[in-house]
Design a protein. Structure first.
Length: 648
């Protein structure tokens, strides 16, 4: 259960940086050494430092990264929950094999390219490739779970039996040796786009997120949100939405964001009257939506940019309006709930002053400005998080409370190493899925068949894609789910005439929904553990609060104006209409209309219908929807006035 004590300065002064789950003792020092080596390798490659005359080729660099961080994954992620802290000899053996096999392949990176080892390799290369592919499967099992392992194995081995499959599943068949060579020595599988994105972009943003949390950036953003909204009606819930949204948009991780901010936000929400399950649901939704909020978003956004072939800044621009609308919907719902229940904000004595908060948080604002300027202004996407992290480390060193001590530096290094290792382990395994579908040619055939079966029915394709994304999101990471469907489904949506960027965002949004939707609802369950509420009750509340995440993808896939494509007038018009629609829908859910008060079931149904009509990108339906809303408001005001007159 949570502690309902006031969240004052005393509690914040006791902040301790989160200790990453992982090894201890001598193994932890080995993990730190390997992590430092991996970070140094990334810096050397990113900034062309040529340290000690070492500047590997692109494929060699990827093999080295896989070897280092796969070794860290074996050392930091246990074989199973039951064997945590045991079988260290096996972990060390696997880590050693990862370093040896990937290191050997990296050392022969030029030979792999020039001599075409993907098609005809010497025996030693085949042995090293075979070892690495087995290690990748074990790594994806540890970091991604059994469902992801089965998926990677089935599609990774698909080239072995593709020639025997029926219909559109038929593809080019490979022998065992050819399959291993294609996956490990080719450029479309283990070292394909997912791993290239990690190497070029994601490592830097993982470092930025870890530095932000370790230097108390989470404290600053929560205090800033409290200073802005804490005194308002239902203030703590609004603080949670705004604070978690900002923090999560910079860290890019749903679960770590909940674990960082929920211990502060949930108790204050409960103090002013929000039920435990509602408070946990708010935190879950705010943290989930944050991974769709620029500037950082999540790992999957970087992968998306590579798949579509656009700059990451293009994804940022496209995602900003839908993400902001989601948070507007959350704020409206928590405010209406507070109005309906008569909930107040925090006492002014507990609200920090805005100016002192801004003064204390200038290092984070400065580093955020540097990140956005280098990312959007200079277009140096891959270098922007490194510059921002450096600025943050230097700026926070002027205060004792945020200065990077040796203990914090150790925790920071372990946190970065662990996070990158899990990403590398998962995405190397997902590379097998990409390679299996790509080498056999089945990916293109699947898209063609989907178009044929849908017979031009775009709504049917979107519904099928939404359901598939949601189901896959239950058993996979969002990144894995997106990569899988970007190969199979996205091409069909694009060929059906939909906007390419909107189609890929559609898949991403629906893959995210498993975080807040039962039975999986990982974000809701995590928040429920902090709040002491029932997991399933929290999950259903989160699903209702997060309804805009269900609706928004259908809106922008039909109307790209919401992803900033079109004329300025069209964009403004659609944004305003969609905001009105979101207000109407949330009002119907919360049984409350501003200026009217509580509404009955019939009015709720009519208001919901009016909001849905406004969303449809046609002038006639929008006008009908607006008329319905006006009529509902007018009738309720007349009824309210007649009741007050009768009471006199």
């Amino acid at each position: 259960m949570v502690n309902d004590a006031p969240l004052g300065d005393e509690k914040r002064a006791e902040f301790k940086p989160p200790t990453p789950e992982g090894p201890s003792g001598p193994i932890s020092w080995l993990v730190m050494a390997l992590g430092a080596l991996g970070i140094l390798l990334a810096l050397n490659q990113q900034f062309l430092l040529n340290l000690m005359g070492f500047q590997p080729l692109g494929n060699a660099y990827l093999y080295y990264l896989i070897g280092i961080f796969l070794a860290i994954a074996f050392l930091s992620v246990p074989i199973s929950a039951r064997l945590a802290g045991r079988m260290s000899w096996l972990n060390l053996t696997l880590a050693g094999l990862a370093l040896i096999s990937a290191g050997w392949l990296g050392n022969h990176g030029l030979d792999i390219i020039q001599r075409g080892w993907e098609y005809d390799a010497p025996l030693t290369a085949d042995i090293m490739a075979s070892i690495l592919i087995v290690l990748v499967l074990e790594g994806v099992r540890r970091a991604g779970g059994p469902v992801l392992l089965v998926t990677a194995f089935l599609f990774g081995t698909f080239p072995l039996y593709a020639g025997h499959m029926p219909g559109f599943l038929w593809g080019t068949q490979f022998s065992l040796v050819e399959t291993v060579r294609a996956h490990v020595l080719g450029v479309e599988s283990i070292i394909g786009i997912p791993m290239q994105v990690v190497a070029e972009l994601v490592i830097g943003f993982v470092i930025f997120g870890s530095v932000l949390v370790m230097t108390k950036g989470s404290d600053f953003f929560m205090e800033l949100a409290a200073a802005l909204l804490g005194h308002r009606r239902g203030g703590p819930a609004k603080v949670a939405v705004l604070g978690s949204g900002i923090l999560g948009s910079l860290s890019g991780s749903v679960i770590s964001n909940i674990l960082t901010s929920a211990p502060f936000s949930v108790p204050t929400m409960r103090r002013v009257g929000y039920p435990a399950s509602y408070a946990a649901a708010i935190e879950a939704c705010a943290s989930t939506g944050a991974t769709l909020m620029p500037p950082v978003m999540g790992t999957v956004a970087f992968v998306m940019a590579s798949f579509i072939g656009v700059q990451y800044s293009t994804i940022v621009v496209a995602a900003i309006i839908p993400a902001m609308m989601f948070y507007v919907a959350l704020l409206l719902q928590v405010d209406m709930f507070a109005a309906r229940k008569g909930l107040e904000g925090l006492p002014k004595s507990e609200i920090p002053k805005i100016w002192p908060v801004l003064k204390s948080g200038w290092p984070y604002l400065l580093s955020l400005a540097v990140l956005i300027y280098v990312l959007m202004g200079l277009r140096l996407e891959s270098r922007s998080p490194y510059y921002a992290s450096l600025v943050m480390l230097v700026a926070t060193s002027f205060r004792k409370e945020t200065r990077m001590t040796l203990d914090r530096a150790r925790l920071l290094l372990l946190d970065i190493a662990s996070n990158v290792a899990k990403l590398v382990a998962v995405l190397a395994g997902i590379g097998l899925v990409v390679g299996g579908l790509s080498y056999t040619g089945v990916a293109g055939a699947f898209s063609r068949e989907l178009l044929l079966y849908a017979d031009g029915n775009v709504p049917l394709m979107l519904i099928a894609g939404a359901v598939t994304s949601f189901v896959l999101g239950m058993g996979m990471t969002v990144t894995a789910c997106y990569i899988f469907l970007s190969i199979l489904l996205a091409p069909a949506l694009v060929q059906a005439g939909l906007n390419p960027l909107a189609s890929h965002l559609f898949i991403l949004y629906w893959g995210m929904l498993s975080y807040i939707t039962p039975p999986v609802a990982l974000a809701a369950i995590t928040a429920a553990n902090v709040a002491g509420s029932k997991p399933m009750e929290t999950g259903f509340r989160a699903m209702r609060l997060g309804l805009p995440l269900f609706i928004l993808p259908f809106i922008f896939v039909y109307d790209p104006a919401l992803i900033m494509e079109g004329s300025a007038i069209n964009i403004i018009e659609r944004v305003l209409l969609t905001l009105v629609a979101i207000w109407a829908i949330t009002s119907a859910f919360e049984s409350w209309i501003y200026g009217v008060g509580r509404i009955n079931l019939l009015s709720r149904a009519a208001f919901l219908g009016g909001g849905v009509l406004i969303i449809v990108p046609e002038l006639t339906t929008s006008l009908i929807g607006a008329a319905v809303l006006i009529a509902v408001i007018g009738i309720n005001l007349l009824l309210k006035r007649s009741k007050s007159t009768a009471s006199l």
